[in-house]
Unconditional design. Structure first.
Length: 144
């Protein structure tokens, strides 16, 4: 089990690897707005747990188990943002912040049900049944 902070490191390394071929400590300090010592400490723990390969002053690379874990965390992040933003109509900035918090604590069974609910809601969109729009109108009426 990883701490929320370590999950954030894995997710950030994963996202950085999609942008550039190699990830360095300075990339993480910049992206995550943390100190070099914090990155080094996290990398040491992640390396010991088998999630990353990192040589002193070298590149950071996710191991196969690191990639699996990163994809898992990233998927939660994306689905939660979609749910909060598109279904609940939460402001995007707030949705991103909340997704970052929730992704670490949501139970797997709850997340699976949330994925099914998002798919269920999207099925209405495919059928041209505007359930999301009805909810948007409902929220607007409550403000009046």
């Amino acid at each position: 089990m990883l701490t929320p902070s370590l999950e954030d490191y894995i997710e950030t390394i994963f996202m950085e690897q999609t942008k550039r071929k190699v990830v360095r400590v300075k990339d993480l300090t910049s992206t995550m707005n943390v100190k070099t010592s914090s990155v080094i400490g996290a990398l040491k723990v992640l390396s010991e747990k088998g999630y990353v390969n990192h040589e002193h002053y070298g590149y950071i690379e996710l191991t196969p188990s690191g990639v699996r874990k990163a994809r898992q965390v990233y998927k939660k992040h994306k689905i939660l943002i979609k749910f909060l933003k598109e279904i609940l109509r939460v402001d995007e900035k707030i949705a991103r912040e909340d997704a970052c918090r929730i992704e670490h604590y949501i139970h797997e069974k709850t997340f699976e049900r949330l994925v099914e609910f998002v798919s269920f809601m999207e099925s209405f969109e495919r059928k041209k049944t505007p359930v999301k729009n009805e909810f948007k109108r409902y929220l607007q009426k409550k403000k009046e």
